[in-house]
Design a protein around this ligand. Structure first.
Ligand code: HEM
Length: 475
């Protein structure tokens, strides 16, 4: 009986797979879809993407299929990867005309109040989007530079000064998170910050993992962490709303107050859930990216003494022009030209964000191929940042590329472009420069593991977190 059943069971198992193959073929043959493969049924090209890493995955397919656009399937979605400066430009300028924002389900489920996902991520009104840009623009952030400096000094004093060797990535994450909690919500109590930081780490560790919600999986922990983060944020937001009403405050002292006070076209305030989703969005968008950016630039400074020397000279000239207790100002930041070019070269070679997804809202044609409505698209840093067509000797670390008019448009895109360009780019620039200033002022760095490999979490990081020996100046 059992032997007789086996062929039936096999047929039952394979029939749907065969059907999916046939349907895919029929679907692809009816339109001129971009070249490429959707890989295995159900699995798509997830395994290849994970094993090769985004950079090699994209480079290989650009060579094999098309340097303009190719198709694949990852995270269960048919996807068109747009490539080159033209591909970037096309997607950046098609926002809400041909494409709209899209995030993988796993991220949304782990992080956000599902009932508000759409309003937080998709139909964010022009007002709310411009509000985010407003509170993160240079003029608004200028006032926070002394605070950033004071916090960097305190962080280095507490965590670096008395050590001979430190591991950069976990420390830069701590600094980044403490700073965000302070600037976004005025949190200073280490216990209160820890109540957010611990579950938040669970979320960032699991949000790009396989979305299998079973006890023991990273994804399951991410969902649990997400609930704890939301509960804690709701407590903070409700408390602040009460304070604002009681004290009749009208000017926001931090980003949270500003969000509670802003109204939309119809005079409506944002709900607590929307604010929570916005803050989570900003924490997620800034946490790993900025920590990775800080870590990478310090890695290059440890590896390249000639770059370190120029950064050191620039930063010491600024330090010597001030009293020892004077904190950094906007004018000082404006003098950090070489240091910012070095940081940008680090963002080119080790970009913290790989690119971004969109969903097509209509059928359209690109480079002679049809991109069907409902497909997902991806633009990435990898088709231009190390492409010799745009950057000569692309593997060479050369900050002078950013002198003069700098790289060609849409080729250097660590923060994206167009209306959805990262609103936190100025915040990231300030954080990175202030941190660089404080580190090089105190120490020269020596890598403990000379050939430490880079791995991809949400962002690229050295596999052991970049342990470095600190060589204080004058020793
Ligand atoms: C070096 C650090 C950072 C890098 C490389 C980076 C990069 C990016 C990229 C590539 C995008 C996607 C753009 C797109 O969808 O086309 C993005 C979006 C975003 N980033 Fe950043 N980011 C950084 C830091 C920050 C910081 C510090 C904040 C907040 C303070 C922030 C807030 C956001 C937000 C809210 C979005 C979503 C914008 C939208 O969907 O309209 N980012 N970022």
């Amino acid at each position: 009986m059992e032997v007789v059943m086996v062929p039936y069971l096999l047929a039952l198992l394979f029939l749907p797979l065969c059907l999916m193959f046939i349907l895919r073929k029929r679907d692809s043959s009816s339109k001129s879809l971009p070249p490429g493969t959707c890989g295995w049924p159900l699995l798509g090209e997830n395994v290849e993407f994970a094993l090769l890493g985004p950079q090699k995955f994209i480079k290989d397919r650009m060579e094999k299929y098309s340097a303009q656009v190719f198709q694949t399937s990852i995270m269960g979605e048919k996807m068109a990867f747009f490539c080159g400066a033209q591909g970037n430009k096309f997607l950046f300028s098609s926002e809400n005309k041909l494409v709209t924002s899209w995030w993988p389900q796993s991220m949304k489920k782990a992080l956000l109040f599902p009932e508000f996902v759409e309003s937080s991520l998709k139909q964010v009104s022009a007002l709310k989007r411009s509000f985010l840009h407003d509170i993160l623009k240079p003029e608004a952030l200028k006032q926070y530079i002394p605070l950033m400096d004071a916090m960097a000094r305190q962080h280095l004093h507490q965590n670096w000064d008395s050590n001979r060797v430190v591991t950069v990535f976990p420390l830069s994450k701590k600094y980044t998170f403490d700073l965000a909690c302070r600037l976004f919500m005025s949190l200073v109590d280490p216990e209160e910050i820890k109540r957010l930081a611990d579950p938040f780490t669970l979320v960032t560790n699991g949000m790009f993992s396989m979305p299998i919600d079973l006890p023991g999986t990273a994804y399951h922990r991410a969902i649990k962490g997400g609930t704890m983060v939301r509960d804690e944020l709701m407590r903070i937001i409700t408390q602040r709303r009460k304070e604002l009403t009681e004290n009749q405050e009208t000017s926001g002292r931090d980003l949270l107050s500003k969000m509670l006070l802003v109204t939309d076209e119809d005079g409506q305030f944002m709900s607590e859930m929307e604010i929570s989703n916005n803050i989570i969005g900003m924490l997620v968008a800034s946490f790993e990216t900025t920590s990775s950016a800080v870590t990478s630039v310090l890695k290059y400074l440890a590896e390249l003494p000639h770059v370190y020397d120029q950064v050191y000279r620039e930063q010491m000239a600024i330090a010597k022009s001030k009293g020892a207790e004077d904190l950094l100002t906007w004018e000082d930041i404006e003098k950090m030209k070489y240091s910012w070019n070095a940081a940008r070269e680090s963002l080119r070679l080790t970009p913290p964000a790989q690119g971004s997804f969109r969903e097509t809202i209509t059928d359209f044609t690109y480079a002679g191929f049809t991109i069907p409505k409902g497909w997902k698209t991806f633009w990435s840093v990898h088709s231009t940042h190390k492409n010799p067509k745009y950057f000569s000797d692309p593997e060479k670390f050369d900050p002078s590329r950013f002198e003069g008019s700098g790289p060609a448009p849409f080729t250097f895109v660590p923060f994206g472009g167009g209306p959805r360009m990262c609103p936190g780019k100025e915040y990231a620039r300030l954080e990175v420069l202030v941190f660089m200033h404080n580190v090089v002022k105190r120490f020269k760095l020596e890598k403990e593991i000379p050939d430490e490999k880079i791995v991809f979490h949400a962002s690229p990081v050295p596999v052991y977190g970049l342990p470095v020996r600190l060589l204080p100046h004058g020793n």
